[in-house]
Unconditional design. Structure first.
Length: 280
């Protein structure tokens, strides 16, 4: 019996010693998302929507590896979860939005504290249709789908105004809503839909205002298929967002440098041919 007790005690001591060694080998760089693997490379987790953001990040991967950083791309298909995940330290950064959207998001989610770390590219929003070849062909009472989030909805209305389809109240700018339409002489009907779902409405509406990333996901070619697009002076630059206080972290600075590299600029120009425009 004594031998059995002694054996159990020895096993428990060995187990505790092993657990202690395991704990001492784990490392952290100060955030919940960053980790360091057995090769000594740090892993940086970045949330992104699929097109073009995740595609651009794939170009960045080998550039970061030279700096000892492994890039882990986490894809999202909406505009809400990437910011919540970043704020909750499940990510180190995200890459999917423009600054007006981020500012509005933080106004609605007071607990979220994120900042613009760098501007990367512009995705000109466009108006698409499977019913007409020219916006002048839209009939009275035609239905038009627009994103339902405040910033992209306002952006869509500004583009519709630029196209001469409506007139907004003076001074409403990017925060315009359908209630701010001052003139709608053709009595167009507006359907407000989640941005990611707007392309799916094309079969049912007469026209739709679609974010470029979602247009490309359904194989639309903005420079060919859009009836009208924003020009390159658009203020809606897509940004890399991080938590407050993280912008100067070495890993984030390395990511910014890679995203604004000549390699990424060449990829954007060659791949998207004007549908996505570098902002650096």
């Amino acid at each position: 019996m004594k031998k059995i007790v002694s054996l159990i005690g020895a096993l428990m001591v060995a187990a505790l010693a092993f657990a202690g060694c395991g704990g001492s080998n784990s490392t952290s760089s100060g955030t919940d998302a960053v980790a360091q693997n057995s090769s000594g490379m740090k892993t940086l987790k970045v949330g992104a929507t699929a097109v073009p953001h995740a595609e651009i990040l794939e170009v960045v991967k080998p550039l970061l590896e030279k700096d000892g950083i492994k890039l882990d791309i986490v894809e999202f298909n909406d505009y809400v979860q990437p910011n919540l995940a970043l704020n909750d330290k499940e990510l180190d950064a995200n890459f999917f939005q423009h600054e007006p959207y981020l500012k509005n998001f933080m106004e609605e989610h007071k607990e979220v504290k994120l900042v613009n770390a760098a501007g990367i590219h512009i995705e000109p929003m466009g108006i698409y249709s499977k019913k007409v070849k020219d916006l002048k062909e839209l009939k009275d009472g035609a239905s038009i789908a627009i994103p339902n989030d405040p910033t992209n909805g306002g952006r869509a209305l500004l583009l519709l105004q630029k196209a001469g389809l409506l007139k907004l109240k003076d001074g409403v700018g990017e925060k315009a809503t359908v209630q701010d339409i001052a003139e709608n002489t053709h009595n167009f009907k507006f359907q407000e839909v989640e941005a990611a779902q707007v392309p799916r409405t094309l079969e049912d509406v007469d026209a739709a205002v679609i974010n470029t990333n979602y247009a490309m996901q359904v194989n639309l070619v903005p420079t060919k298929d859009a009836l009208i697009m924003e020009d390159s002076t658009s203020p809606y630059v897509n940004i890399l967002a991080v938590r407050e206080g993280d912008k100067d972290r070495p890993e984030i600075q390395a990511l910014i440098k890679a995203l604004q590299s000549p390699e990424v600029k060449a990829f954007i120009n060659d791949k998207y041919k004007g549908a996505v425009v570098p902002a650096f």
